[in-house]
Design a protein around this ligand. Structure first.
Ligand code: SF4
Ligand code: SF4
Length: 490
C-alpha cells in the first residue's frame, strides 16, 4: 500500500470503517487496526515511537547479526509471565460509553440530566483523561511538543525569524518556533499494520501463531494457535498487534484478506475520502530480505528495500516468478501496479521508520502542501527547505533522519505542479530529472486517478479461494461483520 499524505483530510473514515468491519466485538473496544494521528503528536498508543521504552523491532549487533530488541530467545522466555515492555490499557485509552439511559429515564429535575461516561471494561464511572485521538488537530500543543521526531528539527536560521545574525536564541529549536500559532504546522499520519517483509511480531511469537502468507505477504495471527503470550505486542515497533482481553488472544490488521482474495482493496483504502491510498502487487526477492534488514546505515535501509523489490518488466524476473508458481494474473498486476510506480519507478514514496528494520510494506508520499503559496508568490521552483513542515521532521519519520530523500521527493512533487502550470498557463517547464510525460503520469495517478488505477488487485486463484473459504467455515469464522460468530478474529 502507498498513502499520499498530501491528501489526507484527517476525517478518520478509514479508522471507523475498519472498526466497524473488524473490531466491533467484545474485547476489541480499545483497538484501532487503522488509526489516523495528527503530527506532530504522540500517536496511538501514546509514545509508540519510543523504542527505548518498548524495545520494539530489530537491532543490528556489532557482529552483524540481527536480533529482536526485546532480547534473545532466553530473555524473551523469561518475560513470558511478566514483561515490563507490555503496553497497558492506559497507553491506548480506557474505552468508554455514556449513561444514555439517564437522558431518557430521568424524572423531572432542576437541571438537565447528563449522560456521564462509564468504562466499557468495568462498567464504573470514569473521568476521561485520554483517548485514541486526544491530540487530534493539535489539541494542546503541549502534547505535540512531546513528538520525538521534533528532536531532529534544526533551529531556524535567525533571518527566518526576522532577527539579525547573532540575535538568535542559542536554546531555540525549530520545534519551539514552528509550533507558535502564526507558523503552525501539522499533518495527518494514517497508520495500519505494515505487513512487513521482516516482521518482528512473527519472530517474537513463541507459539508460531503469526505467519506471513506465502501467496500475498499478508501477516495474520492464527486464532487457533495463539496462546495469548502477548510477545508480539511489544515486539511490533508500530504497536499494531493488540491483545483481546475477552478471548485472551492477540489480533491485528488482516489487510482485509477476504476482500483481497476477491480482487477488492481493504476497507480503509476503499472508503478513504481523500482517495490517497493505492494498493497493488510488488514482486520481491525473498533472498535479499535478510541483507536489506541488516543494512548497517539506518538511513540506507529504504534504498536496500528498493533492491528487494523486483522489476516486474524484467524478463528474468517474469520467468523466475512463473517458475516459482506466481500466477500470470499476478505478474500482469505487478506490471501495472500503482504501488510499484510510486515506490520504485518514480521514487516518490518512503517507508515509515525503516530504522526499525522490519521492512514495512506500507509506504508514504511525504506531504508538501504548504509550499505552494511560496511557489506561486515567487513564480519559481520553491526549495523544499522553505516548507512550513520542516524537512528534518519528515526525514525523522520517513528516512531515519536523512533529509536528502525527502528533499528529492518534494522537488519532484513541486516539479509536477510547475509542469501543470506550464501546460495550463504557459509558464516555463521546471528543471527536473523526470520527463514531461512522466510528470503527466504522476499528476494523473496522484491527482485524478480512477478507482481501477488506484487499486490493481488480482483475485486469488479459485482453488486457493475455495480452500480458504472451506478452512474458514471449518474454523467457525464468518467474514460477515454481522455474523453471530463475530467475523474473523484476526
Ligand atoms: S507492522 Fe504489522 S507485520 Fe510489521 S511488525 Fe507490526 S504487526 Fe508485524
Ligand atoms: S479516510 Fe483517507 S482522508 Fe480520511 S483520515 Fe483516513 S486516510 Fe485520511
Amino acid at each position: 500500500m502507498v498513502m499520499n499524505l498530501d491528501k489526507c483530510l484527517g476525517c478518520h473514515t478509514c479508522s471507523i470503517t475498519c472498526k466497524n468491519a473488524w473490531t466491533s466485538r467484545p474485547g476489541t473496544e480499545y483497538m484501532y487496526f487503522n488509526n489516523v494521528e495528527t503530527r506532530p503528536g504522540v500517536g496511538y498508543p501514546r509514545d509508540w515511537e519510543d523504542q527505548d521504552r518498548w524495545l520494539g523491532g530489530w537491532e543490528l549487533r556489532d557482529n552483524g547479526d540481527l536480533r529482536l530488541r526485546g532480547g534473545n530467545r532466553a530473555v524473551r522466555l523469561l518475560k513470558l509471565f511478566y514483561n515490563p515492555e507490555q503496553p497497558e490499557m492506559g497507553d491506548y485509552f480506557e474505552p468508554w460509553t455514556y449513561d444514555y439511559e439517564t437522558l431518557t429515564s430521568s424524572g423531572r429535575t432542576e437541571h438537565q440530566p447528563v449522560a456521564r461516561p462509564r468504562s466499557l471494561l468495568t462498567g464504573e464511572r470514569v473521568e476521561i483523561e485520554w483517548g485514541p485521538n486526544w491530540d487530534d488537530d493539535l489539541a494542546g500543543t503541549q502534547i505535540a511538543r512531546q513528538d520525538p521526531n521534533l528532536g531532529g528539527v534544526r533551529p531556524n536560521a535567525p533571518e527566518a525569524d526576522g532577527l539579525d545574525a547573532g540575535e538568535a536564541d542559542p536554546d531555540a529549536t525549530g520545534e519551539s518556533i514552528r509550533l507558535d500559532m502564526h507558523d503552525l504546522f501539522m499533518k495527518y499520519l494514517p497508520r495500519t499494520c505494515n505487513h512487513c517483509l521482516n516482521p518482528a511480531c512473527v519472530a517474537a511469537c513463541p507459539s508460531g501463531a503469526i505467519y506471513k502468507r506465502e501467496e500475498d505477504g499478508v501477516v495474520l495471527i492464527s486464532q487457533d494457535a495463539c496462546r495469548g503470550w502477548r510477545a508480539c505486542v511489544p515486539a511490533c515497533p508500530y504497536k499494531k498487534v493488540f491483545f483481546n482481553w475477552e478471548t485472551g488472544k492477540s489480533e491485528k490488521c488482516t489487510f482485509c484478506y477476504p476482500r483481497l482474495e476477491s480482487g477488492m482493496p481493504s476497507v480503509c483504502a476503499e472508503t478513504c475520502v481523500g482517495r490517497l491510498r493505492y494498493m497493488g502487487v510488488l514482486l520481491y526477492d525473498m533472498d535479499k530480505v535478510e541483507a536489506a534488514a541488516k543494512t548497517s546505515d539506518p538511513t540506507q535501509i529504504w534504498r536496500s528495500m528498493l533492491d528487494v523489490i523486483a522489476d516486474p518488466n524484467d524478463p528474468e524476473v517474469v520467468s523466475a516468478a512463473r517458475e516459482g508458481g506466481v500466477p500470470q494474473a499476478w505478474v500482469d498486476a505487478a506490471q501495472d501496479s500503482p504501488v510499484y510506480r510510486l515506490v520504485k519507478q518514480w521514487g516518490l514514496a518512503l517507508p515509515l521508520h525503516a530504522e526499525y528494520r522490519t521492512l514495512p510494506m506500507v509506504w508514504y508520499v511525504p506531504p508538501m502542501s504548504p509550499i505552494l503559496s511560496r511557489l506561486e508568490a515567487r513564480d519559481k521552483l520553491a526549495e523544499a527547505d522553505e516548507m512550513r513542515i520542516p524537512v528534518d521532521y519528515l526525514a525523522s519519520l520517513f528516512a531515519a533522519g536523512d533529509p536528502e530523500p525527502v528533499r528529492r521527493i518534494i522537488d519532484r512533487l513541486v516539479a509536477v505542479r510547475m509542469h501543470m502550470r506550464a501546460r495550463e498557463l504557459g509558464d516555463p517547464e521546471p528543471d527536473c530529472d523526470l520527463s514531461p510525460e512522466t510528470l503527466d503520469d504522476i499528476y494523473r495517478l496522484l491527482a485524478i486517478a480512477r478507482y481501477e488505477e488506484r487499486f490493481n488487485i488480482p483475485t486469488a486463484p479459485v482453488s486457493d479461494r475455495d480452500e480458504a473459504l472451506a478452512a474458514q467455515r471449518e474454523a467457525g469464522f464468518c467474514a460477515s461483520a454481522t455474523c453471530a460468530k463475530g467475523g474473523f478474529a484476526s
